[in-house]
Design a protein around this ligand. Structure first.
Ligand code: ZN
Length: 87
């Protein structure tokens, strides 16, 4: 089953767990969580990175140079909701 990331919608009124993103293992058919299992604050599901094996060919495929050549954009999560575009 895949892992999904959640974070509190209002981080000012949330517990330590949902203030930062936390992961939950769920079936793809399960409905998304609406509230934090610990404190009950409203949470939203984050778009998370997929799990990719890093064999040499995969590494080459995901290199900055190849991503740029294929027209992809690469964003690096800097935390606090900020993303930096690197490609
Ligand atoms: Zn919480």
């Amino acid at each position: 089953m895949p892992l999904y990331e959640y974070q509190a919608e209002d981080t000012g009124r949330s517990c330590d767990r949902c203030r930062e993103a936390f992961t939950v293992r769920q079936a793809m058919s399960d409905p998304p969580l609406q509230t934090c299992p610990d404190c009950g604050s409203a949470v939203r599901r984050l778009i998370s990175t997929c799990s990719v094996s890093t064999t040499p060919s995969t590494r080459a495929m995901l290199s900055d140079r190849n991503l740029k050549a294929k027209g992809f954009t690469k964003l690096v999560n800097e935390g606090g909701g900020r993303f930096r575009r690197t490609v």
